[in-house]
Ligand binder design. Structure first.
Ligand SMILES: Cc1cc2nc3c(=O)[nH]c(=O)nc-3n(C[C@H](O)[C@H](O)[C@H](O)COP(=O)(O)OP(=O)(O)OC[C@H]3O[C@@H](n4cnc5c(N)ncnc54)[C@H](O)[C@@H]3O)c2cc1C
Length: 558
């Protein structure tokens, strides 16, 4: 059942076995999967509202119209030292399904090297790509191209899941001239190759963009995992519009504290109510929300907590630290205006209503994406240790268009989330630390050069007339640096603020089964546990991690 407010929750409910705090991308998966077992009584708590039936969320092409004051936390960074003191908006989804309701819907899993590296970093082979393979298929429901066009050759059917939850697929419209030229340029250039499916673990090259828009609709985590039949489960309660203020120990047993109680309120001045899970409390507040809740609860760096006057429950120095974010620079190109028939908005709406096709069935017109590495012989790699997870993992993503972008997927820079106030309703201090390490700027320079070489190559003659910059071969080193620091921004993929690490490591916040180190009863399942950012967009990895986590939890209690 779904409850719109704390007041509406019946008082005589049976005790909950599991409480999931945060009903976003990961929280939706965890609550849904755990409540498949009718013996488990599950409570899911989400700060934001329901998202079911919200047209701007369901229709991919209406992404620009999603109400930012309702479905978005609208965080803002501190003035960024690496960005000439600019502050940046940090959108994060607020509502059932979390960021999967407002994201760009691109679907990528990352490289096999990324996960093999996670396994090395955590000392746990269960995080290897091959070991995660069942979870990659388990969350996915591949639906082909929207509208049913023949997309043979644009994906590898053997690497997709067909019985999972999240509807994925390809855009509705067929290969266009831009796509053909990109393929030709790849063939001419020779140092890149065509990749039939970037979700097979070897993404480097030119490939077709996959989306979580199966059948032309946005498949948010809420739509995918918390549909009508799941909401009707008598053993699942979904509590909306309710803010998790803290997690609390049940009893102060040493050496490990047992954290299974969650404290909530419907507004800052509202009275605090607590619920205690019989088995486990799972924190899924996302990369910003999770460390904020932990810190407010006295789980964090002792010195920092004492500075704020918060009693220390558990000294866990890395809570909120080590945030990784993909940094991106928009590149401008002089592209010949194309003779594309612009579909009238009324026709577009009719197309979407009739068979979920047309421009509204997709977040944008682009069909392809390019993943690539720093050139082997470059000053950057001789000066700095390679930050990528391995030779099969890209350093960059390039997206096409007259305002295309280069995205650095393997930054050295790190950021943090710290408390601004002891009031859990006040936004935390978010410092993304973008471009604070010299590697990132040096790498971006090379990444831009590669994009320029590709997008101005012979196959684009008469189509791309020139590169508008920022061009490291036209600007002086100082001008280039100033320009990049003026325009760089976040690619909206922050991760790693409650990172997992090996059992014996003093670093990190959670162990490789995502249990908070030093505590019992408390796990974290969301993007904050990533030990290193994958060279990928992040919702795919969140689904993989969440499905993997559910089995860790189940196996602890069966
Ligand atoms: C605008 C945007 C575009 C993006 N585009 C893409 C893309 O195209 N492809 C891609 O792969 N990734 C994309 N991402 C990233 C991806 O969506 C996220 O990495 C992923 O969804 C994060 O999942 P999560 O479960 O960690 O957090 P979230 O999905 O953000 O879930 C956290 C949930 O916890 C709730 N919460 C937080 N604090 C509290 C509290 N105190 N009490 C109660 N509830 C709380 C939040 O409201 C939210 O519902 C994008 C993200 C954004 C914001």
């Amino acid at each position: 059942a779904v409850y719109q407010s704390l007041e509406g929750l019946p008082a005589d409910l049976k005790p909950f076995d599991f409480i999931v705090a945060g009903g976003g991308t990961a929280g939706s998966v965890v609550a849904s999967r755990l409540s498949e077992n009718t013996n488990f009584n599950v409570l899911l708590i989400e700060a934001g509202p329901d998202t079911a039936g919200v047209l701007e969320i369901e229709v991919p092409g209406l992404i620009g119209q999603i109400n930012a004051s309702i479905y978005n936390w609208n965080y803002v960074t501190t003035p960024q030292a690496g960005l000439n003191g600019r502050t940046l908006g940090v959108p994060r989804g607020r509502g059932l399904g979390g960021s999967s309701c407002i994201n760009g819907m691109a679907y990528s899993r990352g490289a096999s090297d990324d996960y093999d590296n996670w396994a090395r970093l955590t000392g746990d082979p269960r995080w290897r790509w091959n070991a995660l393979w069942p979870y990659m298929k388990r969350h996915e429901h591949w639906m082909g191209a929207a509208g049913g066009r023949n997309a043979t050759g644009e994906y590898d059917p053997s690497v997709h899941g067909y019985n999972g939850n999240v509807g994925t697929g390809l855009p509705w419209d067929a290969t266009n001239e831009h796509d053909i030229r990109a393929i030709r340029q790849t063939e001419i250039q020779g140092d890149l190759h065509l990749v039939s499916d970037h979700n097979a673990g070897q993404p480097i090259g030119l490939t077709w963009l996959q989306l979580t828009t199966g059948g032309g609709e946005r498949w948010s985590a809420a739509k995918s995992y918390l549909g009508p039949h799941v909401r009707r489960r008598p053993n699942l309660r979904i509590l909306l519009n309710t803010h998790v203020t803290r997690v609390l120990p049940v009893k102060a047993s040493k050496p490990r504290i047992d954290v299974r109680t969650v404290e909530v309120a419907d507004r800052a001045a509202g009275s605090r109510v607590t619920f205690t899970a019989k088995k486990e409390l799972i924190l899924s507040g996302g990369t910003i929300g999770t460390p904020q809740i932990l810190l407010n609860s006295g789980i964090g760096n002792r010195t920092e907590l004492e500075r704020l006057g918060i009693p220390v429950v558990l000294d866990s120095p890395f809570v909120g630290e080590g945030m990784m974010e993909h940094v991106t620079v928009t590149l401008t190109w002089n592209i010949v205006p194309q003779n594309i028939t612009v579909i009238d908005p009324d026709v577009a709406w009719a197309m979407w209503q009739q068979n979920r096709t047309g421009p509204l069935s997709t977040p944008g017109p682009v069909h392809q994406v390019m993943w690539y590495r720093l050139p082997q012989k470059t000053d950057v790699l001789s000066k700095y240790k390679d930050t990528s997870s391995g030779p099969g993992s890209p350093h960059f993503q390039f997206t096409f268009g007259d305002q295309g972008r280069v995205i650095l997927l393997t930054p050295y820079s790190r950021g943090s989330v710290k408390l601004n106030s002891t009031d859990p309703f006040v936004h935390p201090i978010i410092d993304q630390g973008l471009l604070t390490h010299p590697f990132d700027l040096a790498a971006l320079k090379e990444g831009i050069r590669t994009a320029k070489k590709f997008y101005t190559g012979p196959a684009w003659e008469g189509y791309v007339l020139g590169f508008g910059g920022p061009d490291p071969d036209v600007l002086s080193a100082e001008e280039f640096e100033t320009r990049v620091r003026e325009v760089a921004r976040t690619f909206l993929h922050p991760v790693g603020t409650a990172a997992m690490s090996s059992k014996h490591s003093k670093q990190g916040v959670v162990d490789s089964e995502l249990r908070v180190k030093g505590a019992t009863g408390l796990r974290v399942v969301d993007a904050s546990v990533f030990p290193l950012t994958p060279a990928s967009l992040t919702q795919g990895p969140v689904y993989i991690v969440s499905e993997r986590a559910v089995d860790f939890i189940r196996h602890s209690w069966l």
